[in-house]
Design a protein around this ligand. Structure first.
Ligand code: MG
Ligand code: MG
Length: 262
């Protein structure tokens, strides 16, 4: 078990820097998402991420992290997370493309993910994307001052399971700040009114990973790519969110642009 003593609370000044990191990440992820199209090799998205970060003075957070070989994780269809960009992997019409991206800017990390439908996808795929996006929104809405972390986990799980989908157990969200992964772990399943109190200064990367079939995952031979065990589709949405006295503040929302940075 973790201790609440290990949760790093951010000062107002630190939150201001995290807001900047989040703005850069939101812009970059939007550029990547807009670039997804049939015929594109996933490696092109990695090149684009590196160039866009460099332009904004940010460093990729994932490149070299525990040996990960790229700046962005690109996971297609039954791949849950940690897909490695490749020149051989070509995006096709009907694919689900999950982009997971992180950056480091002026000492602070930001982490966000989005799943994009390529052209016309199945009704199940569309619903999976909508439910996963809504589960993230529900989790964020459950961040009430004085509430508990389990409220977030529960809200996500309820949304997903009510839709007949399942929550990945093996991977969870996390605290974030001067390190990419900090305490506390943020599970996408759990009990309301349990876990640490949500207090101002906490910053969480909330990231439901949702499978259309069963929750079980397995890792492919590359040692990274996690896929659904039953071959069903998977989607992933993530935001970096600060707890404030007024409620949650999404640091990686797309509306946050350069104008917010000072
Ligand atoms: Mg991420
Ligand atoms: Mg994350």
């Amino acid at each position: 078990m973790f201790s609440t003593k290990t949760i790093e609370l951010k000062s107002v000044a630190e939150l201001s820097l995290m807001r900047q990191a989040g703005g850069i990440l939101a812009e970059t992820l939007a550029v990547l998402a807009a670039a997804v199209r049939p015929g594109l090799a996933t490696l092109e998205l990695d090149r684009l991420a590196a160039a866009e970060f460099a332009r904004r003075g940010a460093q990729p957070a994932f490149l070299g992290y525990r040996g990960f070989p790229a700046s962005v994780c690109v996971s297609l269809n039954d791949e849950i997370i940690h897909g490695i960009p490749s020149a051989q992997r070509i995006i096709r019409e009907g694919d689900l493309v999950s982009l997971d991206l992180g950056c480091l800017y002026r000492g602070f990390y930001s982490d966000s993910a989005v799943t994009v439908a390529v052209g016309v996808v199945s009704a199940e795929a569309s619903r999976l994307i909508a439910v996963t996006r809504q589960a993230l929104a529900d989790g964020i809405a459950a961040m009430r001052p004085g509430g508990r972390l389990g409220d977030v986990s529960r809200a996500i799980q309820e949304r997903v399971e009510a839709a007949g989908f399942s929550v990945v157990r093996e991977f969870v969200g996390h605290g974030i700040g001067r390190a990419l992964h900090e305490d506390p772990p943020v599970a996408n399943f759990g009990q309301a009114q349990t876990g640490p109190r949500l207090v101002p200064g906490m910053v969480l990367a909330i990231e439901p990973m949702v499978n259309a079939g069963g929750w079980e995952a397995r890792t492919q031979q590359d040692g990274w790519t996690s896929v659904t065990k039953d071959g069903s589709l998977s989607a992933h949405f993530e935001h970096t969110v600060a707890m404030t006295a007024q409620g949650p503040e999404v640091l990686t929302s797309r509306g946050r642009s350069a104008a917010d940075r000072s």
